[in-house]
Design a binder for this molecule. Sequence first.
Ligand code: PEP
Ligand code: MG
Length: 801
Amino acid sequence: MRDSTTPEPLGDKPPAGAPVPVEERLPPGPQRLTKTPDPKSLDIKAHDGRAHEWAGSRRLLRLLRDLMKERGSSQAKLDNIVKLIAQDIVAEVCSIYVLRPGDVLELFATMGLKPEAVHQTRLHVEEGIVGQVAALALPLALSDAQKHPNFAYRPETGEEIYQSLLGVPILRAGRVLGVLAVQNVTSRNYTDEEVEALETVAMLLAELFAGGEIALLEDETAGAGGGRPMRLDGLMLNEGLATGQAVPHTRGIVISQVIADDPEVERGRLITAVAEMRGAIDSLLARADIAELGEHREVLEVYRMFAEDRGWIGRIDEAILSGLTAEAAVEKIQVATRARMAKVKDPYLKERLSDLEDLGNRLLHHLLDPEGTDTQDLPEDMVLIARNLGPAELLDYDAERLRAVVLEEGSPTAHVVIMARALNIPVIGRCRDIVTSVRFGDQVVVDADNEQVLLRPNEEVQESFSSMIAERDRRQEMFAATRDLPPVTSDGQRVSLNINAGLLIDIPHLHDSGADGIGLYRTEIPFMVRDTFPGVTAQTELYSRIVEQAEGKPVVFRTLDVGGDKVLPYWQGEVDENPAMGWRAIQIGLDRPAVLRQQIRALLRASEGRELRIMFPMISDVAEFDDARALLEREIERAAKKDEKLPTVVKVGLMLEVPSLVWQLPALLEKVDFLSVGSNDLFQFHFAADRGNPRLARRYDVLAPGFLKLLHSVASQANDKDVSLSLCGDMASHPLEAMALLGCGFESLSMPAPSIAPIKTMVRSLKLDPLRDLLPSWLELPDHSLRSHLKSYAEEQKVDL
Ligand code: PEP
Ligand code: MG
């Protein structure tokens, strides 16, 4: 039961139960410094000279290094390596498996297993325990390996007599190159120190493979594509089309020395590099263009706190004491961070750990390329390639030269993606294997709209994309010319075109695009990029700035729509099994009325003396709207009692996103001032198809006759009752879909700012009445989609799509 009547404390404090300070959720708490630190104060403890607990591994590392200096074939070196490791760790077996094309792990060298199994035993990733280590990119220490559900016995190896197994992944730059495993006949509990020692050795092996000292990966190290054209699929994180030359983010980071000659020298290098890195972050924050980033700056502030995380630096220091060079120590902690990231489910913590990874990369740049010389030589048209990127790392690159970003990871809510959107840079994420498939300077086509990356395309493909980009640029220029023209159809009907916004940085686009107003201001976005729950004062300030910067154009504020895919960093909600249909949006607002009331209070204050338009998201029935409206009335009464100035008019509406509400429209239309269809959610619930699931992305069409019939019916009912109606989902931003919506009876649309010009161009070339007459007959067709009918109509009528 909701308890929207229960009084909850209000004020400029976070509401009870909701926010959890970030420090409490992070091991260990970052410390804020107010000025660039003195290198001596970096809190790295003086080395007391006592034997370190990984002394064994240090000795082993030295032996391995000496071994590398000897002449001999790669196979001979590997055979010696496994022997040395087996002796050092006192195991009967030590084996190296190397990942070959097709996700196959091949036994490359062994001490203890049957020699004839070398190059014969092959396991698929995920097969057997070794396969699990590779699949999870995590170590596995098993005292009784044969009892493990993944145990796969290979008779040619003769491994049935070994009871315990410790396997660690051989990782480089986050990629699995193979697995290093030791086995013992008896049941043995491998200690954490032994696991870490083996991981350190695996790291050395990774560097030896990558540095070519052990030539076994042949052309794989030179890029999996071997110079051939390739197409890789990914996930569109920011739209756009671009071509350019590949610039791998980790270029120049080559760890050529893993084992230190003198740990104290390495500690000194670490101290200097950390101080330089902090200074560079401070300078970045002070840059004028960063100051203009509004809320984005906060993302960077949080990041800076991590640069001061003593626990993180302390762990790097410990790795140096185990015998590694400073860069190898950073890389080792990077591997551990990635392993933690793989286990963490909470998206916020994942994002924070990725900030730490980002810092690790920066630190490596400071250690290995202190002058930052290589950034001077980057191409004019660069496509940045990375496994993942932090927000600050993106800003290190000259935005003028940056054409696109391609990531192996990345999610729509990642900070780097929020930044890239603000800078209008196309981004494709989840592009598997891009890092190993590309080399510096390779030609790349990034077609974010079609979620594909083309590597080293042949000349014809490249030309066709270049002409597509030229055509896009030409259209952009043509669109720019429509800025001051009204959106009136060729038969004289004025429609209203508005933008969707969510950050201060979006507001200038309201004016550059010539839009009528902001049809959807997503208030949750500024909440999402913050680190703590904003109180009434902070919210009032933010909303006032939006209202002021809108310069009299109307702004529709949508109250907090969190839950589903919109995660608030500091809000520890329950984990919903089915988040899109879980506890979200207005349900949270009504169950935690203090949150909603604070927001309403801030909106009222920010709109004093002006009109306020406010709408509630994800309303499922009329009673829910009544409850939300009652909270608004209470806040208005409260403000009036306190003699606070009020808005001149408050218009109250809601988002129609849940199909159940369509069946209550007659009652609802009596109560609302306006309606805005959220077609993204309405569509996913109409077809029961998760809007974020790539497999379902193209399965159903918004131009399906059934879905358009629903929209047509909503528009007819709203128009009959003279209730103002808009649509603010993604559908409104595509010319053909927008044409269909106008045909259904919509007169107002809201979309991302870059879509205003193309939609206006379509509107100005459209004769609307004949389409409105024709459309109802199509709605009864049994077709999967009306796309082809609409396209033919547009062609015949010369509608400019
Ligand atoms: C929608 O659902 O169409 C909508 C505009 O809301 P959001 O995309 O923010 O969920
Ligand atoms: Mg929605």
